[in-house]
Design a protein around this ligand. Structure first.
Ligand code: ADP
Ligand code: MG
Length: 211
């Protein structure tokens, strides 16, 4: 079970984590993109953090919708619409909820994946955020089905996201700016896969700190 309060704390914590990792994400993007991923993500989530108090009394669907709209309107670059659509799909998937059962968390993860795919049309192995998100979603579902607690399932999902993130290093980018580099994108970790890992790790840490 994940509560609305945990969702709100998670999103606030993401703003802190992305600020701390702004230079790291931007350095990753400097290698295979245009050196703005950390700037984009930090700008978006600082705006999200300022918006959250005004929707704190709303349900989780409404909160995630606000995240979506804020990211779409404040983040330039591919990642704004991608994460915006991810949170938009999630907001409809959990509309009206004030807490999420493990099964509803499975639905949330699936909606995240569907949102990214809907917007970006990437396949697994294209060296994008999908490469950390998709294994995390699959692992979370498998863990829940196998009877793991929410926290254990999140921990396993984060481990899968980290593994997927690292596995982007040898890949040739097939989507986004990095794809313009072709083979020269090999040997670099994807910035979006890295921000996705950080966002999911922060979810696990938030739930962990409260149990
Ligand atoms: P931009 O590329 O416009 O500068 P960012 O630097 O903020 O935007 O984000 C780059 C990240 O976006 C990449 O590292 C990759 O993970 C992700 N990305 C780009 N295109 C796609 C896509 N079509 N599908 C999924 N993710 C994508
Ligand atoms: Mg960029």
């Amino acid at each position: 079970m994940v509560s609305k309060e945990q969702i709100l704390q998670w999103l606030q914590a993401v703003a802190v984590v992305l600020e701390q990792n702004k230079d790291y994400l931007t350095e990753l993007d400097a290698a295979i993109g245009d050196a703005d991923h950390g700037i984009n993500m930090n700008r978006g989530f600082q705006k999200v953090a300022t918006q959250l108090p005004s929707v704190a009394d709303k349900d989780i669907g409404n909160i995630l919708k606000t995240v979506s709209m804020t990211l779409i309107s404040s983040v330039g670059g591919a990642s704004g619409p991608l994460y915006g659509t991810m949170f938009l799909r999630a907001s409809t998937a959990v509309a009206g909820k004030s807490e999420l059962t493990d099964e509803e968390m499975v639905t949330l993860f699936q909606a995240f994946v569907e949102g990214i795919v809907q917007r970006g049309k990437a396949n697994l192995g294209d060296k994008t955020m999908l490469d950390s998100l998709s294994p995390a979603a699959d692992t979370f579902e498998q863990a829940v089905v196998a009877g793991a607690s929410t926290l254990e399932a999140l921990q396993q999902a984060v481990a899968a996201a980290e593994e997927g993130m690292k596995q982007t290093i040898p890949l040739v980018a097939k989507k986004g700016r990095a794809s313009y580099l072709g083979d020269r994108s090999v040997g670099h970790q994807d910035p979006g896969a890295t921000s996705t890992y950080l966002i999911l790790k922060t979810l696990w840490e938030t739930v962990n700190s409260q149990s």
